[in-house]
Design a binder for this molecule. Structure first.
Ligand code: HEC
Ligand code: HEC
Length: 347
């Protein structure tokens, strides 16, 4: 009996050491299943009125101290709700520290929100940019007071929540409904996987290269961000150049130094610039990083780069292969999502 317990403990220990939990089998599991049914919190079901209120709030500049910045100022629909600026501009043109993330399929995220995964629940996440001094720099009390002066909002809160009383909690719930409704699943690649359209030879070769070079070790599954619940260092810098400690800032664990959330690659062709600090302007630069720019450091996702075809020494990428990969990335753009009138500015 004791022996079994010991073996069990050893197995647990081994599993715990393999914290980065790599998927090294290269078994082509990118989008083999469509996105599952939308997981929605039981205490905040999506309603037409609630989503509409969340949408109004998302485009509402009064959420900022200066009444000049809305969520949409940094998250643009036509760019999959990302920001073309390397770091975002908040109130008084103050610059933030990180690149604004694209917003879609958030309800599926099992990995926390923000680059370092510091918040787990959307209704809490959505109130933080309002109070962030480099973003909207406003207090929730002031937002509630400003909105309570407007009949438009008193009416919409009544429609959404049955009473015109505006509270911080309701703000979070309405934004959570809108953010949860941002689902992107009709790219050309989705249609191809559903057998509805064909891809060109170049796009198919790009898909093959994507799998072959091991990109799917980290960006796989129905949202190109699985396996989930991991924060990784994809080799952007050597140790002495770490400017942002990433996940370590949240866990205080040096093993998490310079690790960031693995982003989805859906809509990737329209969400330039790339990485948590927006250092790469083009996907071509990103490809060259993985092919020949990966930097060694104590927290580098080593097994990935040393195993498979992603070696630290780099992999070959001919100009025509780069073109094929870029054509493949273009198939991940979901035009319906980028132009869906349900998500546009309601004012
Ligand atoms: C000044 C620019 C700016 C404004 C305004 C802004 N954001 Fe963001 N947003 C960012 C940046 C930058 C990040 C990444 C921050 C980080 O990782 O620390 C981000 C991240 C997010 C994320 C996390 C996405 C993910 O995949 O983890 C969500 C959700 C989000 N913002 C929603 C909102 C909402 C809702 C508002 C309005 C209440 C808003 N943002 C206002 C810049 C902005
Ligand atoms: C070891 C896991 C891993 C592998 C393998 C990997 N990536 Fe990444 N990828 C990441 C992480 C982590 C980030 C975010 C890093 C950051 O911002 O600091 C990222 C970011 C990106 C981004 C930027 C996304 C954005 O929204 O800014 C692109 C594009 C990308 N990867 C493409 C690829 C391609 C193409 C391959 C194959 C050549 C690949 N990745 C292989 C982990 C990985």
């Amino acid at each position: 009996m004791k022996k079994i317990t010991l073996l069990f403990l050893i197995a647990l220990l081994i599993a715990a050491c393999d914290a980065d939990n790599f998927n090294m089998d290269n078994d082509n599991d990118v989008l083999d299943e469509p996105l599952p049914e939308l997981p929605i919190a039981a205490d905040n079901p999506l309603t037409t009125e609630g989503k509409q209120l969340g949408r109004m709030l998302f485009y509402e500049k009064k959420l900022s101290r200066t009444n000049t910045i809305a969520c949409a100022s940094c998250h643009h629909q036509e760019l999959a709700f990302s920001d073309p600026n390397r770091v975002s501009f908040g109130v008084d043109s103050l610059t933030g520290k990180r690149q604004a993330m694209a917003l879609f399929n958030l309800a599926y995220s099992g990995n926390g929100f923000f680059w370092d995964g510091r918040v787990d629940v959307l209704r809490h996440q959505s109130l933080l940019p309002i109070q962030d001094e480099l973003e909207m720099d406003e207090t929730l009390e002031n937002v509630v007071a400003k909105l309570s002066e407007e009949q438009l909002y008193l009416d919409q809160f009544t429609k959404a929540f049955g009473s015109s009383e505006i509270t911080e909690e309701k703000l979070g719930l309405a934004l959570e409904q809108f953010l949860s409704s941002l689902v992107s699943e009709t790219s050309r690649y989705d249609l191809y996987k559903q057998g509805k359209i064909d891809l060109t030879a170049s796009e198919l070769n790009g898909e093959r290269l994507y799998l072959d070079r091991g990109c799917d070790n980290c960006h796989a599954g129905s949202n190109f961000d699985e396996p989930r619940s991991r924060f990784l260092n994809n080799g952007l810098d050597v140790e002495s150049d770490f400017l942002d400690l990433g996940r370590e800032l949240i866990t205080n664990d040096p093993a998490d130094r310079a690790k960031f959330k693995v982003p989805s690659l859906r809509n990737i062709a329209v969400t330039t610039p790339y990485m948590h600090d927006g250092r790469f302007m083009t996907l071509e630069e990103v490809l060259h990083h993985y092919a020949s720019g990966v930097q060694e450091s104590s927290t580098l996702a080593g097994p990935i780069f040393l195993g498979n075809n992603l070696t630290l020494g780099g992999f070959d990428l001919t100009p025509s292969e780069v073109e094929d990969l870029l054509n493949f990335f273009d198939t991940l753009t979901d035009e319906d999502f980028l132009t869906n009138p349900d998500f546009s500015n309601p004012f």
